[in-house]
Design a protein. Structure first.
Length: 485
């Protein structure tokens, strides 16, 4: 969502870095460029102006103490980074859990903001952390909201308290009250109350939300807002703040291509933190909102921290340990391992979203958008069409085996050949890495690789490995060429 802002800001910084010595008029120009980039991205005017005044003041004050050259630009960049983190809410805040469970989380916001979807995402998030959430269907207004919550609950394995059919029937306040009693008696440690929204702010909507709030006294009221609706998101947030009051904001639809800057103003204008963000329709398209990571993304430095976290989550500890053992034994990286890695990659979610977190991603927008997500599925289907022996030892892949695999995967023989060639290159790289001592542990881990692959020199382990004969290519055409050679 913030690609174009990020691309513009990256341009501003690279022009600042290219200056030999920075003077006060360079700072003025930089401030003017940042101001217009933020305004074009729809960040609220008052937020932009106070931000620019602050960075101008701090940068001018710092200037006499800065050495010339790129350090000056870096120091100014750092001032901007710190202030941007502040605008986005400063340090991340987590949900406050009730001293006496259940913790009550109430979701409020306009219809279509994404509350019901978010209820499921939150329930899954806390379930995965070992909590025992109960979803509560207090949106009895929007057609099918109750059924939608039941479907969402079922797909994440969280029970739904839904005594009323909805579609205009039932009292949402009573449902919330009964849910609280039910949760206490059944020892759920958290309830997530989905409430009704209207298409615009109105008194009836506010009153219903206030009544639910008074009845269940939430530990957290989360205001859910669609980041695609521009300045309306700010106005709605302020109206809810005055009407119901809330404790934190959840931005949804950050995967959209609207300018999105308005939503970034909400934390500053309400003085309340953005706690979560939602960036897609799938239940896994959900993140804790870290202001510093978002600032990093906006300033074109990517979000490597989130990327590393997702990689770690995807490669479960059991398969990491297995890979590490294999590697330590000196065993080769096989197509079976490759398949496991591909599966882990699919678990990490959409590749274009992952690539979007890399530094400089804004500039590669087109290529990232054009990334063919189904390539991973196609590659997986080729490996899955191989027998265990073939996966273990691709050298046995003669012409007829390759033809059978291609047929099984619904691909061409050339696709099989190209995969085997790419795999052999990867295998060779793995061997070289092992022989030369591997990559640094932190880097390996951040790439989701098992610790052993990054751990220091493995020469002692290498000596345990049996000496390997010079391999012959399994690609018939290549093998013939090798033999001729
Ligand atoms: P509610 O009326 O507030 O309960 O909104 P819903 O949860 O029903 O969401 C409204 C629509 O937005 C649905 O079609 C959702 O699938 C979609 N939606 C929700 N969150 C996101 C998101 O983060 N990204 C995208 N692209 N769509 C979303």
């Amino acid at each position: 969502m913030f690609d174009s802002l990020s691309t513009k800001l990256t341009g501003v910084f690279s022009s600042l870095r290219s200056r030999g010595k920075i003077n006060s008029s360079d700072i003025e120009n930089t401030c003017a460029d940042i101001r217009s980039a933020l305004l074009e991205s729809d960040v609220a005017l008052s937020v932009v102006d106070s931000f620019i005044d602050l960075i101008r003041e701090k940068a001018l004050a710092a200037l006499p103490n800065l050495q010339s050259g790129s350090n000056q630009a870096q120091a100014i960049f750092e001032i901007i980074n710190v202030e941007l983190i502040e605008i986005l809410g400063g340090a991340a805040r987590r949900i406050r859990f009730a001293k006496n469970p259940p913790t009550v989380i109430m979701l409020a916001g306009l219809q279509g903001a994404g509350k019901t979807t978010l209820a499921g995402k939150l329930a899954k998030f806390y379930l995965d952390q070992g909590d025992t959430p109960l979803l509560v269907a207090s949106d009895l207004q929007r057609p099918n909201a109750v059924t939608q919550l039941q479907v969402v609950g079922e797909s994440v394995g969280v029970p739904v308290f839904a005594p009323e059919p909805g579609n205009g029937v039932g009292d949402p306040v009573k449902v919330a009250e009964q849910a609280l009693v039910f949760a206490k008696s059944k020892l759920y440690n958290m309830i997530i109350v989905d409430t009704a929204g209207r298409l615009g702010v109105d008194q009836e909507l506010m009153q219903q939300a206030i009544d639910i709030r008074n009845a269940v006294k939430p530990d957290e009221i989360l205001f859910v807002v669609d980041a695609m609706i521009g300045q309306d998101s700010v106005r709605t947030a302020q109206a809810f703040q005055e009407g119901v009051g809330f404790d934190g904001v959840v931005l949804t639809k950050l995967d959209g291509d609207a300018r999105g800057g308005a939503a970034l103003s909400i934390a500053k204008l309400t003085g309340l933190p953005i706690m979560f963000s939602s960036n897609g329709e799938k239940l896994t398209d959900f993140d804790i909102f870290y202001p510093e990571r978002m600032a990093s993304r906006i300033l074109g430095m990517g979000d490597v921290a989130t990327l590393a976290e997702q990689a770690k989550k995807a490669l479960d500890t059991e398969s990491s340990a297995k890979m590490e053992e294999k590697f330590a034994r000196g065993d080769d990286f096989t197509l079976e391992d490759f398949l496991e890695q591909l599966e882990a990659m699919s678990k990490m979610g959409s590749m274009s979203k992952l690539l979007g977190m890399l530094p400089g991603a804004g500039a590669m927008k087109k290529q990232i958008e054009n990334f063919d997500e189904s390539e991973i599925v196609r590659t997986k289907s080729i490996v899955q069409s191989m027998t265990p022996l073939e996966r273990q030892d691709p050298k046995v892949l003669n012409g007829s085996r390759r033809a059978r695999i291609a047929l099984g995967a619904g691909r061409k023989v050339q696709d099989v050949n190209s995969l085997v060639d790419k795999f052999s290159a990867a295998q060779k790289m793995m061997r070289q890495m092992r022989n030369s001592g591997g990559m640094p542990p932190a880097m390996a881990q951040s790439m989701g690789m098992p610790a052993g692959m990054g751990a220091g020199p493995i020469s002692s382990r290498k000596s345990q490995a049996p000496a390997k004969k010079k391999s012959k290519s399994g690609n018939p055409a290549k093998r013939a060429a090798e033999e001729r050679g």
